[in-house]
Each structure stands twice: as structure tokens, then as C-alpha cells.
Design a protein around this ligand. Sequence first.
Ligand code: NDP
Length: 279
Amino acid sequence: MNIIDGKAISNSIRQELKVKAADLKKKGVVPGLAVVLVGDDPASATYVRNKERACEEIGIYSVVHRLGVNTAMAQLVLLIHKMNDDPALHGILIQLPLPGHLDEREVLREVDPDKDVDGLHVVTAGRLFVGEKGFIPCTPKGIIHMIKSTGVGICGKNAVVVGRSNMVGKPISMLLMRENATVTMCHSRTNELARICAGADILVAATGRPGMITGEYIKPGAVVIDVGTTKVDGKLRGDVLFDEAKEIAAYISPVPGGVGPMTITMLLDNTIEAANLYG
Ligand code: NDP
């Protein structure tokens, strides 16, 4: 069994991004990312700080708008429109989840799709669906890099995705199909989940149910990507029961140190791409 080291892959991509950011600067374009954090959720605050630090490391200009928990929709929309019009900003990210009184889908719709580096706008999702050029959501984009890093080809393989969220399950299924895998999408109502997963050459687990993917879900020699991150007794746990799965899979991503580090790196990658396209 081989570990798919998200941290190492991410570090090597970041070195390439530094060079790309420096090249853009030589042409007079400083890549810029704006992040909006509404409320005081501690986990979100940590994610935002990590994004700020990562931008600094790469040479991306970043600005963070920290807004109170009671921020009104109109005020947030005004800020988003201002950022849409700001030529110094190539990417805009709305940190989720938003406080309950704000409709996330409505808020995301206000972001200019050409600055939608998080890839969650309905137009971005549509572009991915029909195969038009557009930003790829960060977590699924990172997963494709991780699978490719193994050297195992995706074309023609049976890929099973467990989870059908807009952020992970649906886009990763689209991307795997684009890479010519035969994709099965599973969810909480899927019958015989273990049997279906056990036929997967490539298994992506994105449920948020810690340890639900046990050894019997894994095909010998499979590539297993564990997207789940759930805090259990203060520790981050994946969806895959790692100790069982590692005995059967050929390649497996750990939690932590797998998909997580790749997600922020893909945000940086999309921001550089935006600056290249529209800078
Ligand atoms: P959602 O809660 O939006 O979706 C979970 C999906 O899992 C749903 O489609 C649900 O099915 C399915 N599901 C739940 N229970 C089961 C089950 N017992 N059997 C089969 N399917 C099940 O979560 P997200 O997609 O946003 O995130 C999934 C996990 O990935 C979370 O742990 C999250 O923290 C993590 N994550 C990690 C990221 C990273 O960067 N490392 C980034 C994004 C997410 P149904 O639709 O039927 O309800």
C-alpha cells in the first residue's frame, strides 16, 4: 500500500505557483484574492487565516473582509458587487457556512463567475456540466491531482463516489467522467453500498461519516481517496477506516494530510489561473 501524501503533492504544486505568480508580476499583474468571512465560527476563522498565509507564501495579494454575524443580505451583496468591479481582485471566495439568515446559494450567485475561484457559482457548475471552460471547484480539482499522482490511469476504470453534494460529490463525479472513468454516484439511499464500492478501481468517499468505509468496501489494489473530515474527540477522522483499508488498497489518502492540504492549494491555483485569464 502507498500513501497519497497530499501535503507533499501540495508543496510541489505551490513551488510551481510561486514561479507563475512571479511571472505574472513581471507582466505587471499581481494576482489578487478576496475572502469574505461572516460571523465568528472558529473553524471558518482558522480556514481563512490559513488561506491568507498561503496567499502570502505564493505571492498572491489577499484581502479578508470579516463581517459581523448579523450582517444583512443587502450589505453583503453590496460588498460582493464592489469586489466584482475591483480590477485588483481576480478571485472572490465566500467562506461557508454562512449564518442561517443568509441564503448561501443566493449569496454565491452574486459573485462574478469569472472571479468564482471556489467554483461554487451555478454558472461555474453549469460550465463543468456541459464541458465549457471554467473554474474547477477546489476539493475535486485536488482529488484529480492526487489520483493522477499515483500513475494509475483513470480512463476506462470503475470509479465510485460516495456522497452527492454540490461541493464534492457531484463535481468529482463530473471530473472523473471527463477523464473517461465509468462513474457510479452513491448516497445515503444507495442499496448494497459495500458491494458497489468493492467493485471500484477508484473509490472517493465524501460523506462525513467517520470510519464508515471498512475493509469490505475496498477492492484489492484500488485507489482510495478519503475526503471526509470529522472531528471526533478532538481528532480529525476520515470516512475510511484507514487501518483496514490500507491492507487492501494499492493507494490511499490519509486524514489528515490528504485532501485537506490540496484544497487550499487548488484555490491558489485557480486564483493564478484567473489572473492569467482576466488579469
Ligand atoms: P454533505 O453533508 O453536503 O454531503 C454528504 C453526502 O454523503 C450526502 O450526499 C449524503 O447522502 C452522503 N451520505 C451521508 N451518509 C451516508 C451513508 N451512510 N452512506 C452513503 N452516503 C451517505 O457533505 P460534503 O460533501 O460537503 O462533505 C463531505 C465530507 O467531506 C465532510 O466530512 C466534509 O467535512 C469533508 N470535506 C473536506 C474537504 C477538505 O478539503 N478536506 C472539503 C469539503 C468537504 P444524501 O445526499 O442522500 O444525504
